[in-house]
Write a protein that binds this ligand. Structure first.
Ligand SMILES: *[C@@H]1O[C@H](CO)[C@@H](O)[C@H](O)[C@H]1NC(C)=O
Ligand SMILES: *[C@@H]1O[C@H](CO)[C@@H](O)[C@H](O)[C@H]1NC(C)=O
Ligand SMILES: *[C@@H]1O[C@H](CO)[C@@H](O)[C@H](O)[C@H]1NC(C)=O
Ligand SMILES: *[C@@H]1O[C@H](CO)[C@@H](O)[C@H](O)[C@H]1NC(C)=O
Ligand SMILES: *[C@@H]1O[C@H](CO)[C@@H](O)[C@H](O)[C@H]1NC(C)=O
Ligand SMILES: *[C@@H]1O[C@H](CO)[C@@H](O)[C@H](O)[C@H]1NC(C)=O
Ligand SMILES: *[C@@H]1O[C@H](CO)[C@@H](O)[C@H](O)[C@H]1NC(C)=O
Length: 466
């Protein structure tokens, strides 16, 4: 009896380990107006040798295309519908019936995310969503059972800002507005349902915000920099491990030291704006290749706080997506260009050694740019859209567009593009420090060439040594 029981538990353990994949997934974002069809995307994903695909919405055409593949699939319930479902089981059932049942089991749906980074928004409506999350997760799980969709785990994705402190890793603590009211019940749910804590984790941002304190090699999993946490005594050789362990320590503080961790997004941008740095093809290739090799290593490497434990990982993203707003990096996370060509060679099985990859151009933007930058209008931009953007830019701030009034120094030449350039430059000079970007839906770009002429001086942003 004793032996049988032991064997039974051994099998259980073996099964649980086998179920967790060391294979790598890719985030299939669709915020582009020039992306390949779902069918062509399947071929491209196969060429990358990805094992799974994560979607941000249950797009029927994509779920259908996925049914013809062996790819495991993660689907997401959009943030806006969480609150309604939380108080109505019928709505949960309807969501599952409409969005999942028609595709399951042919499409190998394995994960259902209830919301995307919902704790990173702070409005009143958003806060309501925080507290509606767990009830919705419970209702959805119940609906999955009702419809006999038994292989689907329920989770939610979190950004690193769910932590109030993350350094040193042993100091990892959830934000006080979340810890007891939301994180604890979330962890209880994840523990009980054997799901994962899904974290979106980007060393790129931590590295660039802490430049030059954090070494470049440490962020890219190379070189010999080491950091020892003075409290835990654990030694780190890369930034990602440090970030992941801060989450593990935060979970442990709430009493959930064993909830499994998965990375729902990580990656490195392959390009960006002049005022960003470190975003280039070479760094993106190094980061993602090293990441994939680390996460697919056998036996599993894990992190210093959880050595040997598999961390399922999904890289962001499949494509460069041209309809995303914000700084230039936002539109350049792709492994592929929108035409389907690889931005750099990558093998998502992790089996290809570095020497088999073609060498890449040496980056020129690994250090911050120092000097003046102007934000100007794109030549040949859509005139209607440009007019609207100028109106918006000029309505912000104080005297933003005085110089392009008939009495101003920059009134001439009287052209929309010229006036738009001044308006964008003036807007960006005032608002960059508070998060304003030089983009205007693709109508503006940064330049180091001074557009000033005659007595018309264009406002600029000056980047100097920090
Ligand atoms: C939520 O329910 C309210 C009331 O029935 C409805 O007006 C609203 O459109 C619903 N929201 C969503 C996102 O479905
Ligand atoms: C739940 O949603 C269904 C479908 O929209 C609706 O018919 C029903 O009235 C709702 N129930 C409650 C209690 O709001
Ligand atoms: C640990 O985190 C707290 C905030 O939660 C912070 O005040 C403190 O400085 C951190 N400790 C170290 C050593 O950074
Ligand atoms: C859930 O928590 C219990 C108690 O801490 C732990 O033994 C178990 O491993 C946890 N399970 C998961 C899947 O997190
Ligand atoms: C695909 O797009 C990239 C970036 O615009 C370009 O460099 C490349 O030449 C294109 N490839 C093909 C086959 O058109
Ligand atoms: C130009 O922009 C306007 C307003 O944004 C839009 O309605 C129109 O379709 C655009 N025209 C072209 C040719 O893209
Ligand atoms: C514009 O001026 C007003 C009054 O001096 C001031 O309160 C406001 O903060 C200014 N706005 C900006 C964007 O500088």
């Amino acid at each position: 009896m004793g032996l049988l029981l032991t064997l039974f538990f051994l099998c259980l353990v073996a099964f649980t380990n086998a179920e967790i994949s060391t294979k790598i997934g890719v985030n299939y974002g669709t915020l582009g107006d020039n992306l390949p069809s779902p069918a062509r995307s399947m071929k491209l994903i196969k060429n990358l040798k990805a094992h799974s695909v994560k979607l941000y919405e249950p797009v029927p055409a994509i779920l259908k295309a996925l049914s013809k593949t062996n790819l495991e699939v993660a689907v997401m319930i959009p943030n806006q519908v969480i609150s309604n479902i939380s108080s109505n089981q019928t709505l949960a059932d309807e969501w599952v019936k409409t969005n999942l049942v028609p595709f399951y089991p042919k499409t190998k749906i394995r994960t259902l995310f209830v919301g995307n980074e919902i704790f990173s928004f702070y409005g009143d409506q958003d806060k309501k969503t925080w507290f509606d999350l767990i009830p919705t997760m419970r209702r959805i799980r119940y609906s999955l059972k009702t419809h006999n969709l038994r292989k689907i785990k329920v989770g939610t994705t979190c950004a690193m800002d769910v932590l109030q402190s993350s350094f040193p890793p042993s100091n990892g603590t959830f934000r006080s507005d979340l810890a007891l009211p939301v994180m604890k019940p979330l962890l209880q749910f994840l523990n009980k349902t054997k799901s994962f804590f899904f974290i979106d984790s980007y060393p790129f941002f931590v590295w660039s915000e802490n430049y030059p304190k954090i070494s470049f090699d440490y962020a890219l999993f190379q070189g010999s920099t080491k950091y020892t946490d003075p409290v835990s005594g654990l030694t780190y050789t890369n930034l990602l491990d440090q970030m992941l362990d801060s989450v593990i320590f935060a979970m442990a503080k709430l009493g959930f030291k064993d909830v499994r961790l998965a990375i729902s997004e990580t990656g490195w941008p392959n390009s960006g704006d002049i005022d960003q740095f470190g975003a280039n093809t070479q760094n993106a290739a190094i980061y993602n290749r090293n990441l994939i090799r680390k996460m697919t290593a056998k036996p599993a490497v894990g992190t210093p706080a959880r050595p040997g434990v598999v961390i399922p990982t999904t890289v962001f993203a499949l494509y460069n997506e041209n309809q995303k707003g914000g700084p230039g990096t936002e539109r350049h996370w792709g492994l592929l260009f929108p035409n389907g060509t690889a931005v750099y060679e990558i093998d998502m099985t992790g089996d290809t050694p570095d020497y088999e990859y073609k060498s890449l151009p040496t980056p020129t933007n690994n250090q911050p740019y120092r000097g003046k930058i102007w934000c100007v209008a794109v030549q040949g931009a859509n005139v209607t859209a440009l007019g609207g953007a100028v109106k918006y830019a000029c309505s912000q701030g104080n005297g933003t567009c005085d110089a392009i009034e008939p009495t101003g120094h920059c009134y001439e030449p009287i052209s929309l593009v010229s006036h738009a350039s001044y308006a964008f430059a003036s807007y960006w000079m005032q608002f960059r420090s508070s998060g304003g970007t030089c983009y205007f839906n693709g109508l503006a770009y940064q330049t180091t060439r001074d557009p000033s002429h005659g007595s018309c001086k264009f406002p600029s942003v000056t980047l100097s040594v920090v």
